[in-house]
Design a binder for this molecule. Sequence first.
Ligand code: NAD
Length: 442
Amino acid sequence: MRRASLVIFALASLVAAIPALACIWDSDTLRDERRGLPGVAEILAGRWERHSKFFYEHRARQSAALLEREPGNLAAYDDLAVAYEERVWESNGARNRVVRRPSGPAVVITPWNAPFMLSTWKTAPALAAGCTVILKPAEWSPLSCSLLCDLVAEAGFPPGVFNVVQGIGEEIGAALTRHEGVRRISFTGSPETAVHIGTAAARNVVPFTGELGGKGPLLVFADADLEAAARKAAGQYDDAGQVCLAGTRLLVERSVEDAFLELFHRFTDEHVLGDPRDDATTVSPLIHPEHLARVEGFVDRARANGDEIVRGGRRREDVGPLFYDPTLVIPRSNDSEIVQREVFGPVLTFQTFADEQEAVALANSTRYGLSGMVYTGSEERAGRVGRAVRAGTVWVNTFLVRDLTAPFGGVGISGIGREGGDYALDFYSDLKTLQILDGTTA
Ligand code: NAD
């Protein structure tokens, strides 16, 4: 009862704030004083040390690259919103103009990994588009998102424009997505939860985007720089594999199998499991005992299924209560659960292919399609395989390079809709066509 009242209170305040925020980007004063999103970015960047310490204590370890993205997300969307040019043209004796209007209150629901970075990534375009926002962070890493609320207030946003409501997904998240006043829902999390959110959105005819789980292939061709490929493959254990974009299915051309595996094991041996605050640490603990049990369950079932556990496959209580050893599994078949379902932990599978056709078929053989990686020395193959792998993002000879203006999302059960750049600003806007009959206005 108390939680439900909280949600209704937060929604009422955000609905009331729509006109206030709609004005914010039109105000020269606010722009001149560099308030709004650039203001939040500046405050954030200025308190880097203090915040990064706080973040480490309230979430799983994240790479420095992710930390740098946080102010970048805020500033980039402000730049895009300011740079937007309305399309204007003449036809049928009228002047046509495409106008972006804020869609209205947006609910943003985020997962427990990279909570602060993802919250800035998902709420900045909503704010830049002029929407009021209500953010519901995940239960296991809520605090950094409440900090974002403080920063937004400090940067001078009118009260009620940016709201954070903490709570259990099935209660608070579900109440938010059901609310009739909400006009957009942006979700990042698992495909299973996306089904509930999509159903709630459909009931109110509300557009929603889902950035969902992945089971990315990492393809290694014989013509690739094998050392770079093996190093990157071993790097998929970073952050204990709690990365949606990770290339968790290693697919290697058979002729270089042995050479690749030797290098892969060598680089994996270099990993340091430990305290996320320690610079030497590369593999952090899992987020929660329940998640550790989930990861362990996948490996135990793989073992029972006859899949071969080549390395790892056990808890590392000698390091701490939430550690799991970087694990490599050679599946008995491509249908094995360990190949077909996202583990979201330090668990990779290893399979080989004979040729490009088999490589692409294996890459595209799961229901996911968030991202993929291709290692090859051939420009032609990079283009061919890059297009053929079914995924929202494919990296060739690299990983996690992001241009914030590019579309981001998944295919299959990895996502619906696209965020990033103008794609996100369009999502949070109602595009209106304004037509004025020629010669009727002066
Ligand atoms: P989850 O789906 O369990 O929860 C995500 C959020 O949804 C949480 O805030 C949760 O409280 C909320 N929620 C749960 N049930 C709800 C309901 N019925 N109605 C409304 N909200 C509800 O996911 P998780 O375990 O927090 O995160 C891990 C998942 O997120 C993995 O699948 C991972 O791949 C995915 N992920 C995807 C991306 C991406 O960009 N594609 C990024 C990070 C994580």
